[in-house]
Design a protein around this ligand. Structure first.
Ligand SMILES: [Mn+2]
Length: 400
């Protein structure tokens, strides 16, 4: 039996203001080809199918078209769980009709149930499809007075959920390999710039080793950089780069094969379909690099110009902006630029211009305000934690 693990598609995602629809379409072509060529029987998607809780009709069409094409091409089993970006109600709205096609969609903890994977009349593996669990769900209404308590309750509760599914699987399907899905931050994971903080600003991360003991394979979602945390605990990562910080990631999907002794894992590289390039140097160096750039991928490259000049000189900004607005190319598009004067201007250290508020995360904007105050480090920490919690509520109102 062959199973494919992927996660964090983020349909509808824009990189700055650029649409990534073509990137998703090309990834889906690769996914369809891979499922056929690798003779995949089961597809696992560990959350964040969509980027927005209220996806556009275009994103929904992409998703439903993919499911249709997959089922038409090959009668595989599909298991999808919700991530922190997904709307539980939207994902589950088509649950009943999708179940007729052997597509299981799990939005919340209440609907989790073990799914046996059967081949030739025998159960070959059992899947425990746990979706993203918000802090509110994990706290289970517990009254908490301080942050430490909150962190420990969220951690304990996470472990309890996964331990109970592991035990249930072992009891109902003894000796059968267990594969769990989860959408969470696991301690030690290396993050990118495109994930939203969860679990109290990533403070309530459980060590990967704790999960390694529970499952034969833990198919994780949430972190966008593919990574192996322990031999059995892995993030597939997002299949396409969702931020410049992921420009050197080697994106993959993971093929699992149920063998005599456990589960064999193989990373299948996702072909790079768009180059994200960051050019740094003085203005003239960066301009030369942009002009010399040779396209490597099918889609137009997205470029970030990171200009560093020693002496403060406002005409450099004008020069940069003029170059940007005059620049036209089919193979490359400048989507981000910044100019930093690195000289010793004490009044405005490391003055950076050309950054708009849209390029900063809400936390970065908030951080600028906090750092400008004379609060103690302890107070700052409290304020940041409260901010993370509020932000989570604002971004996921239906999970409150
Ligand atoms: Mn994600």
């Amino acid at each position: 039996m062959r199973i494919l693990h992927t996660a964090d598609w983020h349909l509808g995602k824009q990189l700055l203001k650029e649409d990534l629809k073509e990137d998703h379409e090309l990834f889906f072509e690769f996914l369809l080809e891979t499922i056929v060529s690798q003779e995949v029987d089961v597809l696992l998607v560990s959350g964040d199918v969509f980027d927005y809780a209220n996806p556009s009709n275009e994103s929904k069409r992409l998703y439903l078209d993919l499911l249709f094409k997959l089922k038409k091409l090959k009668n595989i089993k599909i298991i999808i769980t919700a991530g922190n970006h997904d709307s539980i109600s939207y994902l589950e709205s088509a649950k009943a009709v999708l179940s007729l096609l052997d597509i299981t969609v799990i939005g919340d903890l209440e609907h989790v149930d073990l799914i046996p994977l059967v081949e030739d009349g025998h159960v070959k593996a059992v899947v425990s499809p746990v979706p993203f669990l918000s802090d509110r769900v994990l706290r289970r209404g517990a009254e908490m007075t301080n942050q430490e308590e909150k962190i420990s309750i969220v951690k304990e509760s996470l472990m309890e959920v996964f331990t109970s599914w592991s035990l249930k699987a072992k009891e109902l399907y003894p000796e059968i390999p267990i594969i769990a899905l989860g959408h969470l931050y696991v301690q030690g994971a290396s993050i990118s710039e495109s994930e939203r903080d969860i679990q109290i600003g990533n403070q309530a991360g459980v060590p990967a080793a704790s999960f390694d003991a529970l499952f034969d394979y833990f198919a994780l979602g949430h972190i966008h950089k593919p990574q192996i945390l322990t031999p059995r605990v892995r993030y597939s990562g997002s299949p396409i780069a969702l931020s410049f910080s992921e420009r050197t990631d080697n994106k993959v999907v993971i093929l699992l094969e149920i063998a005599e002794k456990g589960i064999q894992q193989t990373s299948l590289p996702v072909p790079k379909i768009r180059d994200l390039v960051k050019f740094s140097g003085t203005l003239s160096e960066v301009i030369a690099k942009v002009e010399d750039y040779k396209p490597l991928c099918k889609l137009q490259a997205f470029v970030e110009m990171d200009v560093l000049e020693t002496d403060e000189n406002p005409s450099k900004l004008l020069e940069l902006k003029t170059f940007e607005s005059d620049f036209k190319s089919d193979t490359l598009k400048i989507i981000k630029s910044r100019l930093t004067f690195t000289g010793q201007n004490k009044a405005v250290p490391n003055f950076t211009s050309g950054i708009t508020i849209a390029e900063l995360s809400p936390k970065e904007v908030f951080g600028k305000k906090v750092e400008a105050t004379s609060m103690s480090d302890e107070d700052k920490e409290m304020v940041y934690l409260a901010f993370d919690e509020l932000l989570e509520h604002v971004l996921n109102p239906e999970k409150i």
